[in-house]
Design a protein around this ligand. Sequence first.
Ligand SMILES: NC(=O)c1ccc[n+]([C@@H]2O[C@H](COP(=O)([O-])OP(=O)(O)OC[C@H]3O[C@@H](n4cnc5c(N)ncnc54)[C@H](OP(=O)(O)O)[C@@H]3O)[C@@H](O)[C@H]2O)c1
Length: 364
Amino acid sequence: MATSQGTWAYRDRFGDAFARTYFRRFGPGVASSVGVGTYLGEPTDAIDERYRECITEALSSGVNVVDTAINYRCQRSERVVGDALRRADVDREEVVVATKGGFVPFDGSRPDDPAEYVRERFLDTGILDPIDLARGSHAIAPGFLDAMLDRSLSNLGVDAVDCYYVHNPETQLLARGRDAVYDALEAAFERLERRRAAGDIDGYGVATWEAFRVPRDHDAYLSLPEVVARAESAAETVGVDDVGLTAIQLPFNVAMADAFTVSAHRHPTEDRDVSALEYAQATGIDVVASATLAQGDLASSIPEAVDAELTGDTAAQRAINFARSAPGVTTALVGTSSPRHVPENVAAGTFEPLGARAFDSVFE
Ligand SMILES: NC(=O)c1ccc[n+]([C@@H]2O[C@H](COP(=O)([O-])OP(=O)(O)OC[C@H]3O[C@@H](n4cnc5c(N)ncnc54)[C@H](OP(=O)(O)O)[C@@H]3O)[C@@H](O)[C@H]2O)c1
């Protein structure tokens, strides 16, 4: 697991190489504000090799946050993260490793008949109850998450992960009502609190695509205050003093800034609705930004008016620095499977992010 001593020692290795706020408080220690993601790409040996090289290089050059999920590239992404952790010149205690469970994972390649695969491997074996499935491919039932976490630890070759996300819980809204989804989340959190008590995870989170950045009346909306309340109930049921929900993950970039602009969550102490970022900041929850480059689009062009305000030599660096500048964001994840992109993306951290006023002015 990442430790205070390990992550601060990692930071100290780089002296003044990065801008002042490049490393930020996260969990027990510090995390780089540029992280590597592992979502995109075909499930092939060739892409595995490229990711292995990229993650190893990133870990060696100032990135100590790695994000993956059991379903990414048919479990291959988790396996290459494990390879890179062993290969890079870093100790496990220096690196924040996050993964996610929710989507039923394929194993190595896409099966010809996904429905038969799910039936044989998950339903017939009792890992999943058909009633818990949404869209034939997603579940957050405690027993399923338990089994997925075990498999993730094995894929990654680690004793524990630093943050375990419930992956896109809004998918469950396709199969059941909102209250039932909150109940299912609370049951999932209870199980994750038990796994935290057992030392298998340091904390847990909720990774979303739409849930926290859409307006209240949107079909995919989930209320952050309600999710936090369910995490508090789960901690109480399990009998732990501190709540294990430490982070949320959501897309945030120049083209998708709704987590900053859409006020859909009741402020914890004031009588007003606030954005997901402001809510998280007010409650001490870390925000990890995904899709920082809008899946690559922003590396070639950023809307001109915004671009002029941003720091960085290249469009990719300026897009990364936009996400790193948002109040409340701890780390901006960049999916990187091309080795030539690694030094460019890491070097985004040598520029100062925008101050709060300059960031606000982008939206005026
Ligand atoms: N719901 C969720 O939980 C969720 C959803 C989406 C993403 N995520 C997480 O967030 C991470 C980041 O999001 P993402 O991977 O979807 O999208 P992204 O980071 O916005 O973009 C990744 C794409 O940008 C390209 N790229 C990277 N650096 C570049 C550079 N310097 N110049 C030009 N192109 C560059 C990559 O190409 P190469 O691969 O060729 O380097 C890749 O095609 C994911 O990997 C995943 O870990 C989570």
